[in-house]
Write a protein that binds this ligand. Structure first.
Ligand code: ASP
Ligand code: MG
Length: 399
């Protein structure tokens, strides 16, 4: 019988220095020692993708897409080689593979490609030879063999799709937090770790800006029922298991998305603006049609491309952030109630809500970027951490 197969993914901070790569190698070795076949997916060392991006932007504000992929994919190529070297030095045979070498075939949408399929033959042959296979995350090749990348944070997706294609027993995402929290703990210190979360809620969290898992990764794991665990690469906890699709009522999490731009146009141009976004494959975060304010909200990273073709029609562009509360309400009136109470609470704290939206399993507010963290704390502590718990925590902190 074949040994169980694990796909382990390590993010940028986990491979951020040679010391950390040593720690990762030790962990991988432990899995190997305990009788697993192991495929490791790595991100670029922390800060590296941003560094490469900045270099590209010094050449051109909207760099040539194909060449940007060639550049950005280099980050992962560094960390995969260092990890494989380290494992070999420790006496564990390991081979590193670029996305293309690993058989990761994507569509042709440079900078935001989608994996079409994975030719797993080479990886399987290496596993058969008892090798640890280290694969560069975030990258693949299109059918011409040109390098493509999957969009920022795409290594999670690489790991999950590999796990699905190889029929792995589990996909574990190692990161710098010890699981999935009710909000990013760097923003909301009272955020709580969730032991489990179901796929539908995890998907909304990711789509509204929770950075812990890349959205396509969640969608893929959900569709293919790939058991997915998010855990810390620095401590030994069990992390958070993402599985299933049944959840209880209530608000589970708050997701914050910064770096958005409200693109304002005349009322009659809104439809044309939305079509333009579709043409350019730019996701529309929200559409605003209020008296005297019309336009769409898009990610700041896409704004340059939009402005290039729609420039004369844009009246104004303003940075905004969104704050979403995710959960399962008992009724649509409850959703509306959450929106109203949120707006009241924030108004009480002197925070203006620019626009609000109510979806099936979420509510979303648009705010000025400089107040969104404060607002996240207020909303989180109202809807997720009860007042009694907060009081207790404050007492403990004082004593
Ligand atoms: N290195 C890429 C990024 O920073 C991909 C990843 O880390 O998942 O977005
Ligand atoms: Mg990530």
């Amino acid at each position: 019988m074949k040994e169980p197969l694990l796909v382990l993914k390590f993010g940028g901070t986990s491979v951020g220095s040679i010391e950390r790569i040593t720690e990762v190698a030790k962990r991988v070795a432990l899995f190997k020692d305990s009788g697993h076949r192991v495929v490791v997916v790595v991100s670029a060392m922390s800060g590296e993708t941003n560094r490469l991006m900045t270099l590209a932007n010094q050449v051109d504000t909207v760099p040539n897409e194909r060449e940007l992929d060639v550049l950005l994919s280099a980050g992962e190529q560094v960390s995969m080689a260092l990890l494989a070297m380290m494992l070999n030095k420790m006496g564990y045979p390991a081979v590193s593979l670029t996305g293309g070498q690993a058989g990761v075939i994507t569509d042709n949408l440079h900078n935001d490609a989608t994996i079409r399929h994975i030719n797993t033959g080479y990886i399987e042959a290496l596993l058969q030879q008892n090798q640890i296979v280290v694969v560069a995350g975030f990258q693949g090749v299109n059918e011409n063999g040109d390098i493509t990348t999957l969009g920022r944070g795409g290594s999670d997706t690489s790991a999950v799709v590999l796990a699905g294609a190889l029929n792995a027993d589990e996909c574990q995402i190692f990161t710098d937090v010890d699981g999935i929290y009710s909000c990013d703990p760097r923003i909301v210190p009272t955020a709580r770790k969730l032991d489990t979360i179901d796929f539908p809620h995890m998907e909304i969290m990711a789509s509204k800006g929770a950075k812990v898992l890349h959205l396509p990764c969640v969608c893929y794991a959900w569709q293919n029922q790939v058991p997915l665990r998010v855990r810390s690469s620095f401590s030994s906890g069990e992390g958070t298991l993402v599985k299933g699709s049944d959840a209880e009522f209530g608000v589970y999490g708050i997701a914050v998305q910064k770096d958005l731009i409200f693109v304002e146009v005349d009322a009659r141009e809104v439809d044309a603006l939305i079509s333009q976004c579709q043409l350019l494959s730019i996701p529309v975060w929200s559409v605003i049609e209020q008296t005297e304010r019309y336009g769409v909200v898009v990610k700041e990273s896409a704004y340059g491309r939009l402005a290039l073709v729609f420039a004369e029609k844009i009246r104004n562009s303003d940075r905004v952030s969104s704050l979403s509360a995710i959960g399962t309400p008992k009724s649509s009136s409850e959703v509306q109630g959450i929106v109203e109470r949120s707006c009241e609470l924030l108004a009480g704290a002197g925070i203006d809500v620019f626009a609000s939206f109510a979806g099936n399993n979420y509510t979303m507010l648009l705010l000025k970027p400089d107040v969104v963290e404060k607002a996240a704390n207020i909303i989180h502590n109202k809807f997720i951490v009860s007042e009694e718990v907060l009081e207790q925590q404050q007492k403990l902190a004082v004593s």
